[in-house]
Ligand binder design. Structure first.
Ligand code: ZN
Length: 272
């Protein structure tokens, strides 16, 4: 599943499309998580793409009269294709731009849990967006904020930080990795975590997400190529998917448990 760093790299990769005008929107399959607006071709024709923002795992592609709110779901990806790139089975939507290169913004999604939603209102006030928690890299996401937010919550800390109403963009991998870096076991109840530990968790989340974005940035060309790889930046997991393998810090085997139906990995020796 694309996580926040992948979505941010996708956003950066789309930047060359800014200021290009749409010549045509081709919808081959409108049955995404929610139906794609079939009038998009007439709505967007001749409209320039004027901005690309990200909020959580949503990309906002803005035009003078409105915004496409795009979510990649479980398996979605956006790439820049050219007229020469062959259309593949799961290429559901193409936004074709004018210009000498006829660049195409192509949405591919085998499982179709993603969405492309058109709004002419403020996208930040959209019902999908309004209730989202702060961005992990914003100052608003602080130890004070998280401590306040969790001090009455008995849910385990890993599920708490994966809740997008608490903070956006901390998916399964980044949650396990952040808690390892903060030395906190994933199944502890959120309200039993000390303020100092909360501070370590906040610092670790920022660090892990920022590193992933930086790593992804260095692979931007490969990542974004129409035939390039998608998905996680697989490098350097300390605990995630390392069940039974020795902890890099202490050699104890990494344990796997299930929390909220998701696999969680941790070192019992390093994490308290
Ligand atoms: Zn360890």
């Amino acid at each position: 599943m694309p996580e926040l760093p992948e979505v941010e790299i996708t956003r950066l990769g789309l930047m060359p499309l800014i200021n290009h005008k749409v010549s045509q929107v081709v919808i081959r399959n409108s049955s995404l998580r929610w139906p794609v607006n079939l009038a998009l071709n007439s709505i967007l024709k001749d409209m320039p793409l004027v901005g690309l923002q990200r909020r959580g795992k949503y990309i906002f592609a803005s035009f003078p009269i409105g915004t496409l709110i795009i979510h990649l779901g479980m398996s979605g990806r956006l790439c820049i294709a050219s007229k020469k790139s062959a259309v593949q089975k799961h290429d559901h939507v193409d936004i074709i731009f004018n210009g000498p290169e006829n660049k195409i913004l192509r949405y591919r999604d085998p499982r179709r849990f993603g969405s492309i939603t058109w709004t002419e209102d403020d996208p930040y006030q959209h019902k999908l967006i309004m209730s989202l928690g702060p961005e992990p890299l914003d100052n608003e996401f602080s130890a004070d904020y998280l401590y306040e937010k969790l001090r009455n919550k008995s849910v385990c800390i890993k599920n708490a930080i994966m809740n997008s109403h608490v903070v956006v963009g901390v998916g399964n991998i980044y949650a396990s990795e952040s808690l390892f870096q903060a030395r906190v076991q994933p199944h502890r109840p959120a309200h039993k975590i000390s303020k100092d530990e909360i501070k370590s968790i906040v610092d670790a989340i920022k660090d892990v997400i920022e590193n992933a974005i930086n790593k992804g940035g260095s692979t931007l060309n490969d990542f974004f190529d129409v035939d390039g790889k998608s998905g996680y930046f697989q490098n350097e997991h300390h605990v995630y998917a390392r069940k039974g393998m020795p902890c890099y810090l202490c050699d104890h085997p990494i344990l796997q448990i299930t929390l909220g139906q998701r696999s969680s990995f941790y070192c019992k020796n390093c994490q308290k």
